[in-house]
Design a protein around this ligand. Structure first.
Ligand SMILES: [Zn+2]
Length: 338
């Protein structure tokens, strides 16, 4: 049965199909009967998931697409709910679901990471967080977009060398502005087979009105960013930056893999720069939901550009290199245990 273990999710028995559908629309119950898939249904969000042999189809009433294995979008489709409670799919949605469910079960342990997307935040006209500090009478300005680009490029080089057969993608490799849609498009451009997964690593630096705030931290994504994960005290809203990407993945929960990936990256960073930058830990909400997915994603906040001492570290190429290495080691450990 479904792997979702939250109170919100209940398994419902759909109203029996009476055969009244027109030539276009197919009742959900028919698809379930014919494929043997299991259904989990969230009545609150009107969102459901069909699962069979490790394959998954997510859908939401009124949303014109369905999502196969958390990565492949089929659109446009029709997903509607009739007044009698029946959920109906358009014919093309039914076909996509049935084709997916014909695929053999993916044996545990055979999943492999096919692609790693490294997403340095901001860029170009969007500097991200800015730190202004005076050292020995000299003003030094530190921009988040520069810090994260350096670390991202270092990470890219390490991963590229270690994994020549994987797709390693930087959303930007220069100081240029990318729209949110642009980042989303890059994430969506990766084609995955059913036993392949993609890692998404967004890199940012923090800012705070409190100049004493310091340390690196890691957020699990995709998350409940819509449910106020963003700290209202922070100057930047980095989670909002990647919201459209997360949205495109139609994820509502944290994933087991995201948590593991975040933990590995945390250990990696701690090992490399733990003596210099405090570990603020992993960010989570107490009520979060964990499930299996193929899109582990995290957002790393490297440190605070607004902290005078930390800005010195974030400006130093030696430390930025160490940070790339720390994140790299974390990702490598994650992949080895995936
Ligand atoms: Zn940022």
């Amino acid at each position: 049965m479904a792997k979702l273990n939250i109170f919100l999710l209940v398994f419902i028995v759909c109203a029996p199909f009476s055969g009244a559908a027109g030539p276009v629309d197919v009742p959900l119950q028919t698809i379930i009967n014919e494929t043997g898939a299991s259904l989990s249904w969230d009545p609150y969000l009107e969102m459901g998931e069909l699962a069979l042999h490790g394959n998954s189809v997510r859908f939401k009433i009124g949303v014109p697409f369905i999502l196969l294995n958390y990565s492949k979008k089929i659109e446009p489709v029709k997903v509607v709910r009739e007044t009698d409670g029946r959920v109906l799919f358009s014919k093309n949605a039914e076909e996509a679901i049935k084709t997916l469910f014909k695929e053999k079960e993916v044996p545990a342990g055979s999943m492999k990471v096919k692609a790693i997307i490294i997403d340095p935040g901001h860029g170009g006209k969007d500097p991200g967080a800015i730190g202004r500090h005076t050292y020995n009478g000299k003003l030094v300005v530190l921009k988040e977009k520069d810090v994260v680009l350096t670390v991202a490029k270092g990470l890219y080089a390490l991963l590229k060398k270690r994994y020549p057969d994987k797709e390693i993608i930087l959303t930007r490799d220069t100081d240029r502005y990318i729209t949110l849609e642009g980042r989303t498009r890059i994430a969506n451009s990766v084609k995955l087979k059913s036993n392949e997964a993609m890692i998404f690593v967004s890199i940012h630096a923090n800012a705070s009105l409190n100049s004493h705030s310091r340390g690196f931290e890691i957020w699990y994504l995709p998350t409940t960013y819509r449910r106020e994960l963003v700290d209202p005290k922070s100057l930047t809203s980095d989670l909002q930056d990647v919201a459209p990407i997360l949205n495109s993945m139609l994820e509502e929960e944290f994933t087991v893999e995201s948590v593991l990936l975040a933990k590995q990256i945390e250990s990696g960073l701690k090992e490399e720069v733990g003596k210099n930058i405090e570990d603020r830990g992993l960010k989570e909400e107490s009520w979060f939901v964990v499930r299996n997915a193929k899109m582990p994603a995290v957002l790393i906040e490297l440190g605070f550009v607004t902290n005078k001492e930390e800005a010195v570290i974030l400006k130093n190429p030696v430390y930025l290199k160490k940070m790339s290495e720390g994140i790299y080691n974390g990702i490598r450990n994650f992949i080895d245990h995936f």
